[in-house]
Design a protein around this ligand. Structure first.
Ligand code: PEP
Length: 249
């Protein structure tokens, strides 16, 4: 199956001029043979310009978060429908950096439902903290996250969601998760999905790995069918590095 390589630019870069330069470099560099679906999730304020630049290219766009509802009196929020109307296909939900400022599984579950209703594909982040890993709670936490974020979501809808295993201790620090550990967790996540939905969906659901991925370690996760692709943070800001990762697929 086609792999998905997602770039999460987080709160970068600081100017539209820099963002445009990066979009153009991406557009020029992509499409020379890689089979992956390359997805870029820039800050909201650059999405409209990205959509113009990427028109006619294979690169897809995503948001990094979105509102709980379609619209209304929600100061500072961006709705899934707005993202869709701008040309986005995906939206990252429940990133650990958003969980750190108060988002929990219940809220993420509501956002997933709203995003599916709005016609976008949610990329739902899951992962344990360093402390939880140290306490041997990885599987406990992951099971709780999977069950709670997928609460009352139909099997068919589960099949439309992309999950991303992003161990929090591996994010941003240059310490990636050993591939064998990531694979064990990924298989466990698929087992839970099999119980929640069914074995076919569990096999087919897209599951990404994220956490200090770069061109040197990307293949460790890409070479197995257990992972459907990668969620790349820091390394995605270096366009040549991101293109190199995408070219490995
Ligand atoms: C992320 O924040 O989603 C991420 C994977 O970051 P990094 O690649 O920098 O660890």
């Amino acid at each position: 199956m086609k792999k998905i390589i997602v770039a999460n630019w987080k709160c970068n870069p600081q100017t539209l001029r820099e963002a445009q330069k990066m979009f153009l470099e991406l557009k020029q560099g992509i499409g020379r043979g890689e089979k992956a679906e390359a997805v870029v999730c820039p800050p909201f304020v650059y999405l409209a310009r990205a959509a113009e630049i990427f028109k006619g290219s294979k690169i897809k766009l995503g948001g990094q978060n979105c509102a709980l509802t379609e619209g209304g009196p929600y100061t500072g929020e961006i709705s899934a429908v707005m993202l869709k109307n701008l040309g986005a296909k995906y939206v990252i939900l429940g990133h650990s950096e958003r969980r750190a400022i108060g988002e929990d599984n219940v809220l993420i579950n509501q956002k997933i439902k709203n995003v599916l209703k709005g016609g976008l594909t949610p990329i739902v982040c899951l992962g344990e903290t360093a402390q939880q890993k140290q306490n041997n709670e990885t599987f406990l936490i992951l099971e709780q996250q999977v069950r709670e974020v997928l609460q009352k979501i139909t099997s068919t809808q589960v099949g439309k969601i992309i999950l991303a295993y992003e161990p929090i201790w591996a994010i941003g620090g240059g310490q990636s998760c050993p591939a064998d550990f990531a694979l064990t967790v990924a298989l466990f996540i698929r087992k839970i999905i099999s119980q929640i939905a069914n074995p076919t969906i569990a096999r087919r659901v897209s599951l990404l790995y994220g956490g200090s991925v770069d061109s040197a370690n990307a293949e460790d996760y890409l070479k197995t069918e257990i992972f459907s692709g990668l969620l790349v943070g820091g390394a995605s800001l270096k366009i040549k590095e991101f293109l190199k990762i995408a070219s490995l697929t």
